[in-house]
Write a protein that binds this ligand. Structure first.
Ligand SMILES: [Mg+2]
Ligand SMILES: [Zn+2]
Length: 201
């Protein structure tokens, strides 16, 4: 968008006028991309579900931005360090790279639930940070996760919410969403089903 200011046409977007805002898939980590045994503390404990790299590659090739958004309160709880978390995320990116897939960004909340931070899901802080860093069309975007707070975050920012059933408590999450009347746009058996649904739209 351009506006006339002081007699001169100026661009009021942060991003360049040539930058198209892209639909983005905000993807949760534990229970969505990988089995969730609770508080993964080292790369050795981390492994993607087998169909995940190919599914992310499909999103990459379709021109969607893919950003991981993950609550990692294990840092605040002292279960693992920031370095441990970075090592885990490097392993994830390396595993994806073997299939030529990638995450455009990785955002995490290291805080404790009692900290009252803005970045812990369902709060929108990680999406706000992503929007400051990338040209994102939030209304055309998706949040994919295994917990009701993923759906709640989607709803809060006006994105679509997809619940995957690969989490430890996915059934309960679905019940909570119904109870709280949080609209679940799609219930996906697994992440690659979520991707297929997104790409059909
Ligand atoms: Mg999760
Ligand atoms: Zn936080």
């Amino acid at each position: 968008m351009s506006v006339l200011m002081g007699g001169r046409l100026q661009n009021v977007n942060e991003s360049s006028p040539m930058t198209v805002k892209r639909a983005t898939v905000f993807v949760d980590r534990d229970g969505t991309l990988n089995p969730d045994p609770g508080y993964i503390a080292s790369p050795e404990e981390f492994e993607c579900f087998p169909t995940v790299p190919e599914a992310i590659l499909q999103l990459n090739r379709a021109g969607l931005t893919v950003i991981m958004v993950t609550n990692q309160s294990g840092i605040a709880r002292g279960y693992f360090s920031l370095q441990n978390l970075e090592d885990i995320h490097r392993k994830l990116q390396d595993d994806l790279a073997k299939s030529r897939a990638w995450l455009d960004d990785v955002l995490f909340c290291p805080h404790h639930p009692d900290d009252g931070c803005r970045c812990r899901k369902p709060n929108p802080g990680m999406i706000e940070r992503a929007v400051a860093r990338h040209p994102i069309d939030v209304a055309a975007s998706y949040v994919v996760g295994d917990q009701s707070r993923d759906i709640e975050m989607a709803h809060g920012v006006g994105a679509k919410g997809i619940l995957v059933m690969t989490g430890r408590d996915s059934q309960e999450a679905l019940a909570v969403c119904r109870e709280k009347r949080l609209p679940v746009d799609f219930v996906a058996p697994c992440f690659s089903d979520a991707v297929s649904w997104i790409l059909r739209r």
